[in-house]
Design a protein around this ligand. Structure first.
Ligand code: NAP
Length: 303
């Protein structure tokens, strides 16, 4: 794998999970970490998320061979500027941000002397903060690595080996394609969940008590997603704006088609559509990306 000293900037769900997974899977590797929030630093030290919690980002990266930025995508630029003065020029810089084109630009602009190879482990939960992380978060999940053009294959291989050691499966992808794929598989579903939960909250004529009482009818599955971190998701939508707006346009057209089918009573269209979507759910289960357990992949005891 080639890295003996790893620094993690941001010790919330992703940073904490990486620290714990390194502790479990790469015992010879030392980890340092920093988080902007003093309370998170204290809790990170208590939980042992990294070997050493530092008082500054600059201190955390001073001897690092690999630095992983685990802050919200809108904070990547500022966090990279904070490590620039002490970052060894031969350190590889990566991240876990949910969008890739804007993050790659922000990191490369702040750290022009370092190799930057962005990545996105497609694994997460609706929880955030220093108590949210767990060592098995990346088991059997995909990690998408988006190397810039002309990236050193040896460095891409080293980063891939790191994520594989943590249990992830690797996919190499162009950053633009990543942003398009994730817009439909992750960003749009979050936008829809935020919308539907907000709509139910605003309804007149149906009480909030009724919405909660009868939530097992489908609503509660949206509320889990809509409970996701507001800072993280604000930043995702602002940073992956074009791809999200593209997908939203497609979605709106499809929604209008279903709306019309309901209005004109076209049951065949509704039935065919729902049959097609049911098959997609089956494929996800066959691929091992979900199962019947409600917390599958979202906790250290749920699979
Ligand atoms: P999180 O639990 O909120 O952790 C992020 C931490 O970074 C917070 O403690 C935050 O402190 C800290 N931070 C913010 N700005 C900082 C800075 N300049 N320097 C140092 N620390 C800073 O969020 P997360 O879920 O781990 O998300 C981190 C990254 O992972 C995001 O880019 C997100 O897009 C990506 N990601 C998330 C998921 C998911 O499901 N959550 C999945 C895949 C990838 P404050 O709270 O004080 O701001």
């Amino acid at each position: 794998m080639g890295f003996e000293r790893i620094a993690i900037i941001g010790l919330g769900l992703l940073g904490g999970s990486i620290g714990l997974a390194v502790r479990d899977h790469l015992p010879g590797v030392t980890t340092t970490g920093y988080d902007a929030d003093p309370a998170t630093r204290t809790r990170a030290a208590e939980r042992g998320l990294v070997g050493t919690v530092c008082d500054s980002a600059a201190e955390a990266v001073r001897n690092a061979q690999l630095v992983i930025m685990c802050v919200p995508v809108g904070a990547m630029g500022a966090a990279a500027e904070a490590i620039a003065p002490t970052l060894p020029t031969d350190a590889l810089v990566s991240d876990v941000g949910s969008s890739k084109q804007t993050v790659a630009r922000a990191l490369s602009a702040a750290l022009p002397h370092n190799v930057v190879i962005p990545a996105h482990p497609v694994a997460g939960t609706e929880r955030s903060g220093a108590d949210a992380g767990f060592a098995t978060l990346f088991q059997q999940r995909w990690c998408i690595i988006t190397p810039p053009e002309g990236a050193d294959p040896a460095k891409v291989a080293a980063l891939s080996a790191f994520w594989e050691a943590l249990g992830a499966k690797i996919e190499i992808m162009d950053p633009q394609h990543h942003d398009l794929v994730l817009a439909i598989t992750s960003h749009l579903p979050h936008l829809i969940a935020y919308t539907i939960v907000g709509t139910a909250d605003d309804l007149e004529g149906v009480t909030q008590g009724e919405v909660i009482k009868y939530s097992a009818g489908g609503f509660r599955d949206f509320t889990r997603i809509a409970a996701s971190d507001p800072t993280m998701w604000r930043d995702v939508f602002l940073s992956n704006k074009d791809a999200v707006l593209d997908m939203l346009q497609r979605f709106t057209e499809d929604l209008t088609a279903l709306q019309r089918a309901i209005r004109v009573g076209d049951g065949d269209q509704l039935f065919d559509h729902f049959t097609r979507t049911r098959a997609i759910r089956r494929s996800i289960i066959e691929e091992g990306q979900d199962d019947a357990r409600p917390d599958f992949g979202r906790s250290d005891h749920g699979g």
